[in-house]
Design a protein around this ligand. Structure first.
Ligand SMILES: Nc1ncnc2c1ncn2[C@@H]1O[C@H](COP(=O)(O)OP(=O)(O)OP(=O)(O)O)[C@@H](O)[C@H]1O
Length: 272
């Protein structure tokens, strides 16, 4: 069923040349199916290849072998059906929030009327809580507000898939929680299929429908996939009082700890 295989990564391999010109497979045989409307987090140790996987789905880097299919179309380059939010939003400083969001909308919907485009931009800025600040410039906004603009810019394009690469990585923990709620509220309404990279186990458990745990690189692949069985909409305080939350968290930390041990053992074996 297409709904259950909305995003398909099959036998995905990404190799980069090392300084000696040899091809090193950073990711090797990555297989994952994402259901329509699902939020899947990807977690794994630094450098294992999380961004590499996300960038291949975004079409920002070529796939060495295997394939990625999003909503029935094989990915061969970037496209507005997949919107990416990075750690830093990189807004154009000479444009207001409104102007920054409008830029993409104009490009993707050139046939829309002026009023329709304005509605798309205003809806997206409203969804991230910036209705009253849409005419401010980036320099007049906090890091959290700027990241809200980055999220608005992505959802204004009405993508089939949202790709979040550590979107809260640079924010303090309170702002981080606010923005986690912003994303979840948007997804509750829009049901956009989402992949999010995170380093934060609590964030992964609170937000995800499933968590994909990646093994160490080189040759990284999917290690385990854990289903998170909390209903939507989610209430942070309620969820954090459940025993299940701590059990999910424990399993996640156990996996990361096992990867760390494996990494150390690999290093030691090389030295001896
Ligand atoms: N253009 C490139 N050329 C060569 N090697 C690269 C290139 N881009 C990434 N790599 C290597 O690929 C591996 C995976 O990188 P990637 O950024 O995907 O990891 P990550 O899991 O997202 O890391 P982090 O959690 O630290 O952001 C790393 O060893 C990195 O050095």
């Amino acid at each position: 069923m297409i709904e259950d295989r909305y995003v398909e990564l099959f036998d995905v391999v990404k190799a980069y040349p090392n300084p000696f010109g040899e091809a090193i497979k950073v990711v090797d045989g990555f297989n994952l199916l994402v259901k329509r409307g699902e939020l899947v987090s990807v977690i794994g140790h630094s450098g294992c290849g999380k961004s590499t996987v996300l960038n291949m789905i975004a079409g920002l880097i070529p796939i060495t072998s295997g394939g990625v299919v999003v909503a029935g179309n094989e990915v061969s380059g970037p496209g507005p059906d997949r919107a990416v939010v990075f750690q830093a939003p990189c807004l154009l400083p000479w444009m207001t929030c409104y102007g920054n969001v409008m830029l993409g909308v104009k490009q993707v919907y050139p046939e829309a009327t002026k009023a329709e485009r304005a509605q798309m931009v205003e809806y997206a800025l409203g969804a991230v809580g910036l209705k009253d600040s849409m005419h401010r410039y980036p320099r007049e906004m906090s890091g959290g507000m700027q990241q809200r603009v980055g999220i608005a810019r992505a959802i204004a394009l009405r993508p089939k898939m949202l790709l979040l690469d550590e979107p809260f990585g640079r924010l303090d923990s309170l702002t981080r929680m606010d923005l986690q709620d912003v994303i979840l509220n948007i997804l509750n309404v829009e049901k956009i299929t989402t992949m999010m990279i995170t380093h934060d186990p609590d964030e992964a458990v609170f937000m995800s429908d499933r968590i994909c745990m990646m093994t160490n690189g080189p040759g990284a692949k999917v290690g385990e996939v854990m289903e998170i069985d909390f209903e939507h909409p989610r209430d942070r305080a309620e969820i954090m009082e459940t025993a299940e939350f701590y059990e999910y968290r424990r399993r996640l930390l156990q996996f990361l700890d096992d990867c760390e041990k494996e990494k150390k053992a690999r290093k030691k074996a090389k030295i001896v």
